[in-house]
Structure formats: C-alpha cells, structure tokens
Design a protein around this ligand. Structure first.
Ligand code: SME
Length: 159
C-alpha cells in the first residue's frame, strides 16, 4: 500500500532526478513548479518569485496569472523573504497585508530560497482549501526548495 509518506518521498526523489545536472534557475524553477502543481493535490498555484534588489519578481509558475512585483516585507512572500523563514498561513484572510492574486486562495506556504548562501527568492504554494499545508507538507516543500537551490548552485549545496 502506498502511504502519503511514500508518495512524498517519491516526489522528492523525482524532483532530485528531474533537476540533476541542470544549473539553469529558470528551467529548474519551471520544472519544480510543474512537478509540485501536478503531483500535490488541492493546489491552485505553485511558483517562484526571484529577488531583484529589494523586490520579488514573478518567475515560472503554474496557476492563474499572478502579481508581478512584491516589495520585500510585503505580503506573505515578501515577509517570508524578509525574515528568511518559512511562513505557513492557514487562512490568508488572517494574514495582514496578504496579497490576493487569486481570490480562490485560502491557505498558503512560502519557503525562502537560498542559493550558494544568498537569499534568491521564494517558492510559493497556494491552496483553495483552508489549512491545506501540514508539517509534513512544510517539510516536503522545504526539501523541494533545497533540491532546487542545490541544483542551481551546480550541486555545490544550496545553503
Ligand atoms: N499571496 C502572495 C502573493 C503571491 S500569490 O499568492 C501567487 C502574498 O501575499 O505574498
């Protein structure tokens, strides 16, 4: 029988194989967003924002069109980047300053990306269900962010 844990382990290994030997950050972001969006149930958006100066700029994603620029410190994405820590929001209406790109989004997880020791952006996942993201999901998305960062750093380690 396949458990949720097995499925998650499969996804992590699948992502590792998908990105192996490819350092291009855009290609890797596109494949990472696609894999997460198509493999994790109950999502309506999965994608990347990349830090340019003090602004997060939209990168590859799956889902509806989204806001292009988010200042550092604004919204869930800008706050996660400014704090350099993962933020899980069970109900986006309870997060002051949440930026609603898709009004269907109810819960959200944002994981900062550190490539070669430098804050490079965030991985943002939205769900139309409240409290969609468990501790196990957080561990999974953080693992995905680390695999992405390591691949982009040329296998030298993302941290
Ligand atoms: N909700 C995010 C904005 C990005 S979209 O969810 C794709 C935020 O508050 O930062």
């Amino acid at each position: 029988m396949t458990t949720l844990l097995d499925t998650d382990t499969d996804l992590v290994e699948e992502l590792r194989a998908l990105l192996a030997g490819e350092p291009d950050p855009i290609a890797n972001a596109a494949n990472t967003a696609s894999l997460i969006y198509t493999r994790l149930p109950r999502l309506n958006w999965a994608g990347f924002y990349f830090l340019q100066g003090d602004t997060l700029v939209l990168g590859p994603f799956q889902g509806l069109p989204a806001c292009t620029r988010i200042p550092l410190g604004r919204g869930v994405c800008g706050t996660a980047a400014a704090r350099n820590e993962t933020i899980v929001v069970d109900d986006v209406h309870d997060f002051p300053g949440h930026i609603a790109c898709d009004s269907a989004s109810l819960s959200e997880i944002v994981v900062p990306l550190t490539i070669a020791g430098k804050l490079s952006g965030v991985l943002d996942i939205d769900s139309p269900h409240p409290a969609r993201f468990t501790k196990a999901d957080q561990a999974l998305i953080e693992a995905a962010a680390t695999i992405y960062a390591e691949a982009c750093a040329g296998g030298q380690g993302g941290k």
